[in-house]
Design a protein around this ligand. Structure first.
Ligand code: C5P
Length: 239
């Protein structure tokens, strides 16, 4: 599978989100519905994505006791949801509950089950931040350990930085998918992201999905910015 672009709909209101979907529609990206949209205007954005039949990644980052996560996943499963995520730090039972709930709810609805991904270490966390959190080792070691846990719990893949993808693919194989945020085309602002990579670097490393927010949403011309990122991705895609 060639790497796919996911555009983060990190905008304050549904009108802006719908405008972005309309503007980028022709490129057929996956649209990421994150915390801002989920807490602010989930009903409207879900309905709009369904009406336009666009693929979505519900970036809910669930992290709670297994029963609560299972119930939340059941609420989120819907026809256009291709990916839903949880935090790997929620543990094996919690991730397993999410995977099972996604499969069961999708079967009830007669639709394809969304893939469950687990967030390893946020791309906004720098190596020195890990010590402060009491985690031993660097981002790579922690991402590998949490990925093993996620794979054993039945997750389809993990959310990690592009810098960790090569090792994860070596350890867990190409079928265990890598979704990488913190993507910054050369020359764009990093903002709060610390473990960043360019689209080319992420694709070269073997990432399956690249999440891009501000470099597209804050661009003067979001369509042109997204096209340039897709061109950069295609250039590096192994044939
Ligand atoms: O604007 P930017 O490209 O930094 O947006 C990245 C998006 O990916 C944000 O919506 C953020 O919530 C999300 N994300 C992330 N790091 C993770 C998981 C998701 O940055 N580990």
């Amino acid at each position: 599978m060639s790497a796919q672009l996911i555009v983060a709909l990190d905008v304050p209101g549904p009108a802006e989100a719908e405008r972005l979907i309309d503007e980028l529609y022709e490129l057929d990206p996956i649209f990421k519905i994150g915390l801002e949209a989920l807490y602010g205007y989930s009903d409207r954005i879900f309905a709009y994505c369904e009406s336009r039949d666009v693929r979505t990644f519900i970036d809910a980052k669930l992290h709670d006791i297994p029963r609560t996560v299972e119930a939340a996943v059941r609420q989120l499963v819907r026809p256009n949801a291709h990916i839903i995520n949880v935090h790997a730090l929620g543990g094996n039972d919690m991730m397993r509950a999410a995977v099972e709930a996604a499969g069961e709810r999708a079967a009830e609805l007669g639709i394809a089950a969304p893939q469950i991904f687990a967030v390893t270490i946020l791309t906004s966390i720098a190596p020195e931040d890990l010590n402060e959190l009491g985690l031993q080792g660097g981002p790579g070691e922690n991402a590998t350990r949490l990925s093993a846990l996620a794979r054993d719990a039945g997750c389809s893949g993990v959310v990690c930085s592009a810098h960790e993808v090569r090792d994860l693919k070596r350890f867990f194989g190409d079928d265990f998918l890598a979704l990488t945020p913190g993507i910054r085309p050369v020359g764009t602002a990093h903002g709060d992201q610390k473990r960043t990579a360019s689209p080319a670097q992420a694709v070269e490393a073997g990432a399956d999905y690249l999440v891009v927010g501000r470099p597209i949403t804050e661009a003067a011309d979001p369509l042109a910015a997204a096209k340039a990122i897709l061109d950069e991705m295609r250039e590096k895609q192994p044939q």
